[in-house]
Design a protein around this ligand. Structure first.
Ligand SMILES: [Zn+2]
Length: 587
């Protein structure tokens, strides 16, 4: 009995070994159905990447943190020699290209396109494999997992396929393409982990757009070139982008134009405005860290298969450019990082310069107006039988409107721990005060602001209308965070901590409690005290009398008069007119 069972076990082992070696010899079958208007679902995508990672030594699939869906965020990497350690890859002089997909899960082109491109690379098709000699490809298969688990034919209503589309928002109903800097979702916090682990040289986030109809399948949002530090912006605008547009237009049938944001909504011929991708968006986030960043936006009215194929071609052309210019890209980024570490001024707000334009070739369709059968309103129809093309103005230069002189450091009180935690997720080095200290710093008061009554991404926006600053001694405490501005992440730090930055934590409503008043006085009990104070303070009394004689409203408002005296008292910092912005600036 014993011998027989041993023999059976050996036989079984042998079969297993044979099976394993057989499977290792046969390339994994990866089913992709975009030509049939079908996009893979979440489980199919992850299974496909698992198969590739199991079979190819130069491929690996990692779990990198959690998402709001309760499922982990995956990162797939393709690297020659199976070296998946970013530090080691960098030491070999290789560049890293990161591709993010399905952030809006109803726009899944990149999910299928990236998988297809990974298969092409690994199967050594079309002479692509040599690109891995000096570059590593990193793919986030699905970013908005909750959205992809929620598929319906009715999401992205007027988009031409695929049959089932995921939802725009994630499991927590957040739009992840507004969450890159404030990081309320687990997705974005895990994404930050991946981004700073890889420190990609090139980053592309794949989307689909609707809006007006035209002939090109691909539209592109490159990050605003002026956001990139040092010489990067020039290289981006004058070397990289022209090659990408030229090759997409000349070597593929899809065509590529800038993403359409029109100067005049009635007529595209008046010109296209470059997209101001503030850092709430993926590409704006990437450029904070001096990464050449893009959002691809295929046109929703083109068949799904064409949109996937155009995205594959864009990824290939971008990868070829990155590999062909690898040394220059790495050099430019190093220089940009050192410029960023010495940041003196930071532009937080930009406006399009409508005085300066270039020409781009636009290929459109003539339109006609007709009366809608249902609403009887006038509706525009694009006539595909009447194509036209013309050179139209493209405005892609911006003027700084909010310029900030950077401090030496910021101090974030320990009470605002969630701010510091987000800083650390973004590669920011934080020191902590070892003892309670009175520190000479710039103190900011938010004198005037509005808070939106409607919520946006679960938060009520604060718009700062007026600030007042003064230099002075302020009490800080043991454990308060000190963030020196000598870091690669400087642009993130300034964007998030400056009161007047349009994407700051303050603007996202994360300091709103600091703007509320906590102390007051008792109306009847303060009355004799206020009288006594005025009696004893000549200067204050004179100021009060001036105010009474010059301001009728004040003269008729007893409450305002009591408040006037109350505000003159030496309150602790947090109550000096309240509205003290918690973040201190060291000059
Ligand atoms: Zn999108």
């Amino acid at each position: 009995m014993k011998t027989e069972s041993l023999r059976n076990e050996l036989l079984f082992l042998l079969i297993c070994l044979l099976f394993v070696s057989c499977t290792k010899e046969h390339k994994p079958e990866i089913g992709l159905f975009y030509d049939d208007n079908i996009s893979l679902d979440y489980h199919q995508v992850i299974d496909a990447y698992k198969k590739l990672a199991d079979f190819y030594d130069e491929a690996a699939l990692f779990e990198k943190g959690m998402t709001d869906s309760g499922k982990p965020l995956h990162l797939f990497m393709i690297s020659a020699g199976g070296d998946f350690d970013p530090g080691s890859v960098r030491n070999k002089g290789k560049g890293i290209v990161l591709i993010n997909n399905g952030i809006h899960a109803g726009e899944p082109v990149g999910i299928d396109a990236s998988l297809q491109y990974a298969v092409y690379l690994l199967e050594k098709r079309d002479d692509l494999h040599h690109l891995l000699d000096n570059t590593v490809i990193a793919i986030i298969p699905v970013y908005n997992i909750g959205g992809l688990l929620n598929r319906s034919p009715f999401h992205r209503m007027n988009q031409s396929g695929p049959e089932l589309k995921g939802a725009r928002r994630n499991a927590r109903n957040l739009d992840l393409n507004r969450d890159f800097v404030k990081q309320d979702s687990k997705n974005s916090r895990s994404f930050a982990g991946i981004f700073h682990y890889l420190d990609p040289d090139v980053f592309v986030d794949t989307h689909t757009t609707n809006g007006m109809d035209h002939q090109s399948v691909m539209t592109l949002i490159p990050t605003m070139h002026q956001r990139l530090s040092g010489q990067m912006g020039d290289f981006f605008r004058h070397k990289m982008l022209p090659v990408l547009y030229e090759r997409m237009n000349n070597e593929t049938t899809w065509g590529m134009i800038p993403y359409l944001q029109l100067l005049n909504r009635q007529d595209v011929r008046d010109g296209i405005l470059a997209f101001n991708d503030n850092p709430n968006y993926s590409s704006g986030y990437g450029s904070l860290f001096n990464t050449f960043s893009f959002m691809t936006e295929t046109l929703a009215y083109k068949p799904f298969s064409e949109r996937v194929r155009s995205t594959i071609d864009f990824l290939r052309i971008l990868h070829e450019f990155s590999s062909g210019n690898n040394e220059r890209i790495i050099e430019l980024r190093q220089e940009a990082k050192s410029t960023t570490r010495e940041l003196d001024y930071f532009v937080a707000g930009w406006e399009t310069d409508t005085g300066l334009s270039e020409k781009v070739l636009f290929r459109g369709y003539e339109t006609e107006e007709f009366s809608g059968e249902f609403t009887k309103r006038s509706i525009r129809r694009y006539d595909h039988n009447r194509p036209w093309s013309d050179s139209i103005p493209f405005y892609d230069k911006f003027i700084p409107v909010t310029e900030i002189k950077t401090p030496r450091a910021y101090i974030v009180p320990g009470a605002w721990n969630e701010i510091t935690e987000r800083m650390k997720l973004n590669g920011v080095e934080v020191e902590y005060l070892e003892r309670d200290s009175v520190i000479e710093s710039e103190i900011t008061y938010i004198n005037d602001y509005t808070i939106s009554s409607a919520s946006n991404q679960g938060r009520n926006h604060v718009v700062v209308l007026e600030t007042k600053t003064r230099l002075g001694k302020r009490q800080f405490h043991r454990g308060d965070a000190v963030i020196w501005l000598n870091q690669n992440s400087n642009k993130y730090v300034v964007s998030m901590l400056e009161a007047e930055s349009p994407v700051s934590f303050l603007s996202w409503g994360m300091f709103t409690s600091a703007l509320e008043s906590g102390e007051w006085f008792s109306l009847y009990a303060f009355e004799p005290e206020a009288m006594e104070i005025l009696r004893n303070d000549r200067e204050l009394r004179q100021e009060f009398e001036r105010r009474i004689s010059s301001d009728d409203e004040f003269a008729g408002d007893p409450l305002a008069q009591l408040q006037f005296v109350y505000d003159s008292l030496p309150h602790p910092e947090t109550e000096t007119g309240s509205n003290l912005y918690p973040v201190g600036r060291l000059l």
